[in-house]
Design a protein around this ligand. Sequence first.
Ligand code: MN
Length: 231
Amino acid sequence: MSRRLFSSPDYPTIPTSGGGLYPVHRIFCVGRNYVEHAREMGVEVDREAPFYFLKDAQAIVPSGSAIPYPPGTDNFHYEMELVIAVGTPVFRASESQAAAAIWGYGCGLDMTRRDLQLAARAKQRPWDLGKNFEKSAVMAALTPAAVVGTVGPQRITLKVNETIRQDAHLSDLVWSPVEIVVHLSQYYHLAPGDLIYTGTPAGVGPVVAGDRIHGEIDGLAPVDLTVGGAA
Ligand code: MN
């Protein structure tokens, strides 16, 4: 019997409104899922199909944390997002199977090194340096889908130091949560522990050391983050 050469980390967990902990295995993120945000990024939404990038599960940081300003960037951005939590295994889902597979929802921040993302985009390279780095996936507590009800009328907002920067409604999503799960499950065996960040509305922007970020979606626990000095 071979022994492990070093101890492997446990999956990070997120609190839920019922008190249980939700272990995070994978983090999928949808790109360009609000028309006005795509426009502010100088691109148009692709209405043929959503596209994705991933973050490591270990990028999870709980709401209420203070994180260091990350290395390698001069343009660290917030992105306020609705996050889907998958609750049952699902593959090649129909709409009803996709809906049944959604355990719940939470408020998340897809923290982004925008300068690195845009440099990669310009060279048609992957976005990992801009998107997938330590403490880049902020998560608040999850609320069961049955409690949330219909996704659409809820307002989604983000403030930096009490100034509102993002303000939209979930009905502005180009691809709904069910449509995203239907599509993504054509390519992956989705399973409990999979989070899906569904994209951000218009109004993204930079933060600096000392800034306090507060994001809200009606009916969900808010997400909070403080940006510290350089690591
Ligand atoms: Mn995003």
